[in-house]
Design a protein around this ligand. Structure first.
Ligand code: ZN
Length: 403
């Protein structure tokens, strides 16, 4: 019984500490008594937690405030720079790893190709990349942990990759493997779940509690925030919007089903449509000139540029993407009623025309009550969205920072 009570007490102390740190971060500069009033915790508890936070270098004293009679209060600020976090983003083609401060600012970064490794080979490669990166880090003792994000179905609580067809990973306890190898706490989550946290945390969407984030790359994934929390579903597989059926009996999918959204809107689908049109239909398009006759140079950015230049082929393909994407988004709106839908991915980047057209098509499809409320926007995270996703995951998971 005694042990249980000591455990509870420690938990409460840690929770108080997190809340106090988060309060300082959001309201700095702030005095101890203001913190106590703001979050309704006793001044003694605040004083003791703050002295711990100061000795750990997470908080520092900075000047004095105005007095309401009596001594002028000492003001406190959050220090994001003493401690650091390591963010890792694993995609099917590359691994990004970065050392970041507690505000997600990147201090050092490396990008490694996955060299088409799969299964155990890719896991061993991820571990060696992390290990190598730590060798170059002089202040490992101040590292608060490693945050890793990856596509596919992930059990975030246990830190296990349950299912990733493209990397051939099934039931891999990656969190445990990283912790064993590095002696640092590790956090694992699905990438789209991390992105929705990051949009809410670092991006322009902090005032929203119900968000749907859709990322379109090689695959199509989504993250859903319901009432301020990530919605994971029973087995953690929620958000597989890329495998929602948009064509009955359509293209065969890697998941075993057919007609899944991702095979109509992802980059491999767009790429093969362009190549087929040029080679088999001998279609006239400015894309041919843009790649200087070399179709291996074809990239999402070139496709978007061709759309913006009103190229017929690019526009025709974009119409198809719009059609399927608007069906899937309309279904998601009817199921979840998010306040905002955020789109990301290379074909969304610098493509305001697509975002505008999607809004129009979805407005045309949704039920009347929702027509005025459709709000589809492009990501606010910029090019380092993956690392910001990893950072948001650990800041939210470990420090319990709230948006
Ligand atoms: Zn599928």
């Amino acid at each position: 019984m005694q042990k249980q009570r000591t455990g509870d007490l420690k938990l409460i102390q840690e929770l108080n500490r997190s809340i106090i740190l988060d309060t300082i971060r959001k309201n700095e500069p702030i005095s101890r008594s203001e913190i106590a009033k703001l979050i309704n915790i006793s001044p003694t508890t605040v004083t003791s937690a703050v002295s711990d936070l100061i000795s750990e270098g997470l908080v520092f004293e900075d000047g004095v405030g105005t007095s309401s009679g009596g001594r002028k209060p000492v003001l406190l600020r959050f220090n994001p720079n003493t401690h650091s976090i390591i963010g890792v983003s694993v995609t099917n083609t590359y691994i990004k790893i970065a050392d970041m401060n507690l505000e997600g600012e990147i201090l050092r970064k490396e990008v490694h190709s996955t060299n088409q490794l799969k299964g155990n080979a890719i896991i061993q490669f991820i571990l060696s990349v992390i290990e190598g990166f730590l060798v170059g880090k002089s202040d490992v003792e101040y590292c608060q942990g490693i945050s890793i994000i990856t596509p596919g179905i992930v059990d975030a609580e246990k830190g296990v990759i349950l299912h990733n067809v493209k990397l051939n990973l099934y039931n891999v306890p990656l969190k445990e493997l990283i912790e064993e190898r590095t002696n640092l706490p590790a956090f694992l989550d699905n990438d789209a779940n991390a992105f929705v946290l990051a949009e809410n945390y670092f991006g322009l969407f902090s005032r929203f509690n119900d968000l749907l984030y859709i990322t379109i790359g090689e695959g199509v994934g989504s993250g859903l925030m319901v009432n301020g929390s990530i919605y994971r579903g029973f087995l953690g597989s929620s958000g597989e919007i890329g495998h929602t059926t948009v064509v009955d009996g359509g293209i065969k999918c890697s998941c075993g089903n057919s007609g899944c959204l991702e095979n109509y809107v992802n980059w491999p689908a767009i790429y093969s449509k362009i190549v087929t049109a040029i080679i088999t239909r001998n279609k006239d398009t400015i894309i041919k000139e843009m790649v200087l006759g070399d179709l291996t140079k074809l990239s999402p950015a070139i496709f978007v540029e061709a759309v913006n230049q009103q190229d017929d082929l690019a526009k025709e393909i974009m119409e198809d993407i719009l059609k399927y994407l608007s069906i899937a988004i309309t279904n998601a709106i009817h199921l979840f009623n998010p306040e905002v839908i955020i789109l990301s991915g290379e074909i969304i980047q610098d493509n305001p025309l697509l975002v505008e057209s999607i809004n129009e098509q979805v407005v045309a499809k949704v039920i009347p009550t929702l027509k005025e409320k459709v709000n589809i926007q492009s990501t606010s995270l910029g090019i380092e969205f993956e690392l910001l996703g990893a950072a948001a995951l650990i800041l939210h998971g470990k420090f319990k920072f709230q948006m």
